[in-house]
Design a protein around this ligand. Structure first.
Ligand code: SF4
Length: 250
């Protein structure tokens, strides 16, 4: 691939990704103006996705387990779960961790390979990013919040959970939320926000203001893994966390 084709392929990849998270306009900065003003010998249109990618949602009303019980009872109910096909590729069930009296409940999307191997939710680089977000903006450690995710078993690299897997696993999270009764939920990543809010709206339109889930305020924001790849979005994520801090009266 010559360098011109490579630039086009990389641009297409970036545009498609931005479309998938709902960014439809890119500000025309001076740098971009200068770049566009460069002479190009054989310009070709860059194909982009017409619509943002849609996340497969669970049924409008996910089935709640019969009783909420305690956190230990919810874990016991999951057992050595085989309710969906993701059990085949997992080493650990990443149930969740933190204080059951937490004011803030952080919901991620699904465990990655490293989480699965270490048995620790939000591990590695993602975990470091999350810890920095918590300490720098909220002055909290991960032990003071509750961390869990929509899906509790590792999803194969580059795959996305399907609607059956989301439908099977979400009730456990809803039950955890019912037991912890946080003052605020922070949904990190499109799957977390869209599943809890039962919407297909892109994260970029959901973040930046509070929503409500069963009477509890919910702030959608970017997932730490996304911020690692897109550091320019850290400022927006910090603004979301600052709104949480204000609401918590910290
Ligand atoms: S992802 Fe959830 S529902 Fe599926 S096997 Fe794991 S714990 Fe069970």
């Amino acid at each position: 691939m010559n360098s011109y084709k490579k630039i086009l392929a990389d641009t297409k990849k970036i545009l498609s990704f931005h479309r998938s998270i709902g960014i439809e306009k890119i500000p025309l900065t001076q740098g971009l103006r200068d770049f566009l003003a460069l002479p190009i010998k054989s310009p070709q249109p860059v194909p982009v996705q017409k619509k943002p990618q849609k996340v497969e949602l669970p049924d409008p009303e996910p089935t709640l387990p019969k009783s909420t019980g305690t956190i230990s009872e919810i874990r016991a109910e999951i057992g050595d779960c085989t309710r969906c096909s993701l059990h085949q590729g997992r080493t650990s069930i990443l149930f969740g961790r933190g204080s059951v009296k937490a004011k803030l409940f952080i919901v991620g999307e699904w465990p990655n390979r490293l989480d699965d191997q270490s048995g620790e939710i939000f591990s590695g680089e993602e975990g470091e990013m999350l810890d920095k977000m918590l300490t720098h903006v909220l002055n909290m450690s991960r032990d003071e919040v509750y961390l869990s995710s929509i899906i509790k078993c590792r999803v194969p690299d580059d795959a996305h959970p399907d609607s059956q897997q989301i439908r099977s696993c979400t009730p456990f999270l809803l039950n955890q939320l019912a037991v912890v009764k946080p003052e605020i939920i922070c949904a990190m990543g499109p799957l977390a926000a869209q599943t809890l809010l039962k919407t297909n709206k892109p994260l970029i339109r959901l973040r930046g203001h509070f929503h409500e889930v069963n009477g509890t305020p919910l702030m959608p924001t970017f997932h730490p893994s996304y911020l690692i790849k897109n550091p320019e979005m850290k400022k927006a994520a910090m603004q979301d966390l600052q709104m949480i801090r204000q609401k918590l009266g910290l």
